[in-house]
Design a protein around this ligand. Structure first.
Ligand code: ADP
Ligand code: MG
Length: 263
């Protein structure tokens, strides 16, 4: 996979395991549902702990979150509040201990790991703070990977178009080490958008970039979201940036705090 391999943690039973009692309709879909569209992402009753033994941490707590198709959501909260973990759960890279995760109508809990990997490849675009390009591949090859995995017959042509649309027409044969940070993140964005994913998740995508380079990436990110009506979840520390989204969701200590609608 182009994207980071998941850390599968299995599904142990925990004191907060409500899966036995929370059947359909048993979960609390009580908030965050400001959209009139069918949800692109729906998390219900999600709990997740990671780490072993004494170091085990209950990271996500009773998360209910609906994100409408085509919506852009800014996910904010203090460092360590669970933003990245929530994003990984929504992207199908991490399975929750309890609860349900639906993306583009698919119940991710019902997919085995192969099916889930295929689903991610087709429907989920992911952009990380640290780019995660494959160093032995050119920009063009990096962007072509998800297209080839999806069986696209013209993967390289489409990859070239995607690179052109992020302003890298003359960098297609460069390797990641030959590109600046901003250029690498453009490649990563082109790769994420290339399969026309239903959802695009970005985890502090400008965190490793200077301010003006970061701004360029953000413009491209929003342009990709708007042009393709791709649902966007953007984790950021920057409140002004989060407020460019349709809605801001705030996490604190693993719980959704005060969802606020931004007009
Ligand atoms: P954020 O992205 O908001 O900074 P994270 O989702 O990365 O927060 O992490 C939330 C909490 O979970 C942190 O306290 C972090 O230390 C802990 N955590 C994250 N991954 C693991 C893991 N694999 N094992 C144990 N604890 C983890
Ligand atoms: Mg994080």
């Amino acid at each position: 996979m182009v994207t980071q391999p998941g850390r599968w943690t299995g599904r142990p039973a925990f004191p907060y395991d409500r899966s036995a009692s929370a059947g359909p309709g048993g979960t609390k879909d009580r908030m965050n549902d400001t959209s009139n569209h069918p949800p692109a992402i729906r998390l219900s009753g999600v709990n997740l702990s990671l780490g072993r033994d004494a170091a085990r941490v209950h990271i996500l707590k009773d998360i209910d979150l609906h994100i409408g198709t085509g919506e852009a959501v800014g996910l904010v909260g203090p460092s360590g509040s669970g933003k990245s973990t929530l994003l990984m759960v929504a992207a199908g890279l991490e399975r929750p201990d309890t609860g349900a995760v639906f993306v583009a109508g698919e119940d991710l809990g019902r997919l085995d790991e192969d099916a889930l990997a295929r689903f991610r490849g087709r429907h989920v675009g992911i952009v990380f703070q640290s780019f995660h390009l494959i160093p032995t591949m050119t920009a063009l090859e990096n962007v072509a990977v998800p297209l080839e995995l999806a069986g696209s017959p013209d993967a390289f042509e489409r990859a070239a178009q995607e690179l052109a649309s992020v302003g890298l027409r003359d960098r297609v044969n460069h390797y990641p080490a030959e590109l600046s940070g901003g250029e690498q993140q453009r490649v990563a964005l082109a790769r994420a958008l290339a399969p026309h994913p239903a959802i695009l998740v970005a985890d502090e995508p400008t965190g490793n970039l200077d301010e003006s380079t970061g701004r360029e990436i953000i413009e491209l990110l929003f342009a990709g979201h708007e042009k393709r009506a791709t649902t966007l979840v953007l984790v950021t520390h920057d409140m002004a940036l989060a407020q460019r989204c349709d809605r801001v969701v705030r996490l604190r200590s693993g719980r959704i705090e005060t969802p606020e609608t931004v007009a």
